[in-house]
Design a protein around this ligand. Structure first.
Ligand SMILES: [Zn+2]
Ligand SMILES: [Zn+2]
Length: 158
């Protein structure tokens, strides 16, 4: 249990730490992470608990996201259009509101920490349904938002 880990940047000993809130945003999808467990040295260099920690985090968030929200249908190869899942009418280009999803995560036996994901919703003018963009678009925006958050917090990838 006492495998001493050392900082790859300065060689000092790493200790378990909780990171301050960090945030990233891409295509209107915003992610905040608070109190994420990680390793840190006395110089403030940081490292993920495990190399696959960021991938697991994104995975859990992508799976947890918005199970109940209606999803827009995508149409068009070059110019994308989005259709209302309720009535098939066109959805506006601008998001009307955001759905905020708060979730506590525990990865691989790590301490629990909290995440807040904000997803833009597009409101149908005809029937009033508020739909999010298709899952793969949210997932790709989420990945970029998470990368931004980690970069802002100074954690090198991997
Ligand atoms: Zn260091
Ligand atoms: Zn509609």
């Amino acid at each position: 249990m006492t495998t001493a880990k050392t900082c790859t940047q300065c060689g000092a000993e790493l200790a378990l730490a909780r990171l301050d809130a960090m945030r990233g945003e891409e295509s209107g999808v915003a992610l905040s992470i608070e109190g994420m467990p990680a390793y840190a040295c006395a110089e403030g260099h940081k490292r993920f608990l495990t190399p696959d920690f960021p991938a697991r985090l994104i995975d859990s968030l992508a799976r947890a996201k918005a199970a109940d929200l209606p999803v827009a249908r995508k149409k068009g190869l070059f110019k994308k259009h989005y259709l209302c899942p309720g009535c098939g009418g066109g959805l506006p280009d601008e998001a009307g509101t955001h759905a905020t999803l708060e979730r506590a995560l525990e990865l691989k036996g790590s301490a629990a920490f909290s995440t807040t994901l904000s997803v833009p919703l597009y409101h149908c003018a005809s029937c009033g349904v508020a739909a999010m963009r298709p899952g793969e678009e949210i997932a790709s925006a989420l990945m970029k938002a998470a990368a931004q958050a980690f970069q802002a917090a100074g954690i090198p990838p991997g």
